[in-house]
Design a protein around this ligand. Structure first.
Ligand code: DGY
Length: 320
């Protein structure tokens, strides 16, 4: 019997085709609708490999249901949707998709920063509503990005790629990270700061830290209160890093100037989320890595990891 792979979303034919020649490939046939929990549990029960996406909750119950599971390939660099401890306990390897999405995610981060600073989506929606009545001296005015100070919280691969882009805008780059980056400091002049100092000094604060028990709720009312009243917060990591109620209050009472959010505590973000009612918030549907080339490259990494494990080789990108 061929080993079974279960894919929680419909993936591109170019990547799936070769897998189907060797394996029993089962797939939830929707690209946008998540697989219902009961289907996931049923399919995983006799699967050798699970190919998951970040909106799938791969918890202890699921891992224990997958008695034959050998690998979980997650289509993301983040893996906070997976219970790593139970995967380890049950000898199931977990793999992710780093590197291939670094530049694409840095592009989106910078696009969101520019868009939030200059209120692009707000200005566009006002135009479409017929609210562009005449050229106005202070109409739709925003914050300058060129020459401003950028503070990056979480200076991993994506953080460094964002910082390199910032240099092209003559920005001063501050960063906060678990470990100092002496090479990046020496080569590019990026400067390390403790978190509170970074929040006080930066004009733009970009959150790129992984979502872990230590970073959950990292930015709350106290931290937002440290930021400049003219500052902009950009979150492209995970929604849970920011206390959304505190962020709403800080934006509503102008403690900070604006926020650009690609991620939310609950995704898809419910339309009732009060943040969506504010004009000084630019929102996107978690599209950091969403270029065609990058998403295909992520699929390739997942497929290769599964093939490697099922054929007895050590896969690349094991999450340790
Ligand atoms: C990741 O890779 O972790 C992104 O958030 C999903 O594109």
């Amino acid at each position: 019997m061929k080993p079974k792979i279960f894919l929680t979303r419909k993936m591109d034919e170019r990547v799936i085709g070769p897998l189907q020649e060797k394996f029993d490939v089962r797939m939830w046939e929707s690209e946008s609708e998540p697989v219902p929990r009961e289907v996931l549990l049923r399919e995983v029960a006799d699967a050798d490999a699970l190919w998951a996406v970040i909106s799938d909750t791969v918890d202890r119950e699921l891992i224990e249901t997958g008695k034959k599971l050998r690998v979980i390939a997650n289509m993301a660099v983040g893996y906070n949707n997976i219970d790593l401890e139970s995967a380890k306990e049950h000898g199931v390897l977990v793999t992710n998709t780093p590197d291939v999405l670094t530049e694409t995610t840095a592009d989106l981060t910078f696009a969101l920063l520019l868009s939030t600073a200059r209120q692009l989506t707000f200005a566009e929606s006002e135009l479409r509503k017929g609210n562009w009545k005449s050229w106005s001296p202070m109409g739709f005015t925003g914050m300058d990005v060129g020459g401003a100070t950028l503070g990056i919280v979480g200076m991993g691969r994506i953080g460094e790629a964002v910082a390199r882009r910032a240099k092209g805008f003559n920005m001063d780059v501050l960063y906060h990270n678990r470990n100092r980056k002496p090479d990046a400091e020496a080569e590019h002049g990026f400067e390390y700061r403790e978190l509170d100092r970074l929040l006080e000094e930066a004009d733009f604060v970009v959150l790129l830290t992984p979502y872990t028990p230590e970073t959950a709720g990292l930015i709350g009312a106290r931290e937002l209160g440290l930021m400049k009243r003219t500052a902009v917060l950009i979150n492209v990591s995970r929604g849970g890093i920011v206390d959304e109620t505190a962020l709403y209050n800080a934006l509503a009472d102008n403690t900070i100037w604006a926020a650009g959010l690609d991620v939310f505590e609950t995704e898809p973000v419910p339309l009732e989320n009060p943040l969506l009612s504010l004009p000084n918030v630019t929102v996107l549907p978690h599209i950091g890595s969403a270029s065609i080339k990058t998403r295909l490259a992520m699929m390739d990494l997942n497929a290769q990891a599964i093939v490697d494990v099922l054929e007895g080789r050590e896969p690349k990108n094991i999450v340790r």
